[in-house]
Design a protein around this ligand. Structure first.
Ligand code: NDP
Length: 469
């Protein structure tokens, strides 16, 4: 029988005592909405939720969803080029950004309404207001209202971080890209992570001249070295100018945009400068001190494995806790919290073997499990890797190579990591992740018959390790 810490559980309907709600959620993003819907809709709790901006949060309104739609939009020019090689008399002309934005806005409105509908269907009371903690059971809304709850869930997410440097106010972030009135003719992207690499490719595909500065030696730090080198090469070949070991010293307004002075001694005016230098937990002004909630060095809310803070009535999920900052993880944290506290079904979110994808172009990077570098440190390994030109684009004359890689434990034979650089690698890695999460061995991969002709068949046909370590 699981021992619950003081204050966890007994949030069911009927335990209201003098509180307005069983649960009050601050933040209507992926984690908060899931927790609210499950607590109210499935477990019968009385739930209130406050959102200061738009329902759906970063993922839906200014993250994953609009980004992926821009990835699709930016892929058409090369598709049309390839179509010509396949015999089509196809031509692509100018990209109509305002038209795309109108369509995008309509889609985001539709999604936001779906989120609102889901919440009202579960009888969650929503407040279009900013909420601040007053004490362990009380929130104050920007409307002036004060509400009390037996439990409070903080799910306010993160916000882009721009380092302090002269002219920093001239930079935009991923938040503003979707709102641009017009696309600039040239852009500088600063950073080498998910957002920087994805937007470098998107803007390049939309016809913007893109330069990317990254302060380190190779972009996508933290991913498998071989995979990140491969992706960087593909991004370069597609037309993005990447300068590694380079950072911005200062920016100033100039005719035609922003003049950037860089650490490599260069000076240049760009139509826009996009900072993608990470995101920080959005905890400022949230009343955490007043409620006695502990935060960490980066401002993140410190939680235990149940997403409970040091204040027993207050929990936190999603990016504000800075664990694994991905939408599906926040959703699972929110769901596990609701089941634990309101569903008499205590369960912890599982942060092991979380697959992810970076939506770069021409090929995406899909990844799950350990990188080769991480796996080497935990014991002897075999590395299986293949690189080839895929049938579809090779026929159209393209030289871009796909990469498939398995990192295998030489002792247990388990596949410890899988890294795919390919078209639709995000789709492929989702399926590979199931097998890897189940503990599949290399021999079980090999025992699986190939689907032919596909790119993914390479995952079950790599016979000899390219190296051992
Ligand atoms: P990341 O943490 O992935 O990358 C930040 C980048 O900025 C790194 O290259 C980092 O360099 C660099 N950087 C940090 N501080 C500075 C500085 N002061 N000066 C110059 N460069 C700096 O953050 P992102 O903003 O790309 O993404 C934020 C989060 O959003 C990620 O955690 C990710 O999980 C999530 N996300 C997920 C996506 C997906 O699943 N496809 C897509 C987009 C975002 P260094 O490597 O040296 O630290």
């Amino acid at each position: 029988m699981l021992q619950l810490r003081k204050g966890r559980g007994c949030g069911m309907k009927g335990c209201l005592m003098d509180f307005d709600f069983d649960l009050f959620v601050i933040g209507g993003g992926s984690g908060g909405v899931r927790a609210a819907r499950i607590a109210a809709g499935e477990h019968g709790a009385k739930v209130g939720l406050a959102e200061e901006y738009r329902m759906g949060g970063t993922c839906v309104i200014r993250g994953c969803v609009p980004k992926k739609l821009m990835v699709f939009a930016s892929g058409y020019p090369s598709l049309v080029e390839d179509a010509r090689a396949y015999g089509w008399d196809a031509e692509i002309r100018d990209f109509d950004w305002p038209q795309f934005r109108r369509q995008l806005d309509a889609e985001l409105d539709r999604l936001e309404n779906a989120y609102r509908g889901g919440l009202s269907g579960a009888k969650v009371e929503t407040y279009n207001a900013r909420a601040e903690l007053v004490d362990p059971h009380t929130v104050k809304l920007s409307t002036g209202e004060t509400l009390t709850a037996k439990h409070i869930l903080i799910a306010v997410g993160g916000t882009p971080f721009v380092p302090d440097l002269p002219g920093a106010e001239l930079a935009i972030t991923s938040n503003e890209i979707f709102k641009l009135e017009a696309l600039p003719s040239s852009v500088l992207i600063v950073g080498g992570g998910f957002i920087a690499c994805e937007f470098a490719c998107i803007l390049n595909g939309l016809g913007v001249e893109v330069t990317q500065f990254y302060r380190g030696a190779q972009v996508l730090r933290g991913f498998d070295d071989e995979a990140r080198g491969h992706v960087a090469e593909l991004i370069r070949e597609s037309g993005v100018t990447i300068h590694c070991g380079t950072d911005v010293i200062e920016m100033e307004r100039a005719e035609g945009g922003v003049k950037v002075t860089a650490t490599d001694g260069s000076e240049r005016v760009y139509g826009a400068v996009v900072y993608a230098t990470g995101r920080v937990p959005k905890t400022e002004g949230l009343g955490l001190e007043a409620a006695g909630v502990e935060t960490g060095r980066r401002g993140e809310i410190v939680v235990d494995e149940w997403s409970q803070t040091n204040v027993p009535s207050i929990y936190a999920v999603g990016d504000v806790t800075d664990r694994i900052n991905l939408t599906p993880v926040a959703i699972r944290e929110g769901h596990a919290f609701a089941d634990t506290v309101f569903g008499a079904n205590p369960r912890k979110p599982d942060h092991d073997l979380v697959a992810s994808a970076v939506f770069t172009q021409p090929f995406e990077l899909g990844t799950v499990g350990m990188t080769e570098e991480e796996a080497r440190c935990q014991g002897p390994i075999e590395v299986y890797s293949a690189s080839f030109r895929p049938m579809k684009t090779l026929f159209a004359g393209r030289q871009a190579r796909v990469m498939m890689k398995l990192v295998v434990s030489a002792t247990t034979r388990r596949v410890l990591g899988c890294h795919i650089v390919a078209p639709e690698a995000g789709e492929m890695i989702q399926l590979a992740a199931i097998a890897i999460k189940m503990g599949a061995t290399k021999e079980q991969f090999d025992a699986t018959c190939a689907v032919h002709p596909t790119m993914a068949e390479e995952l079950v046909t790599m016979r000899k390790p390219v190296r051992t370590a």
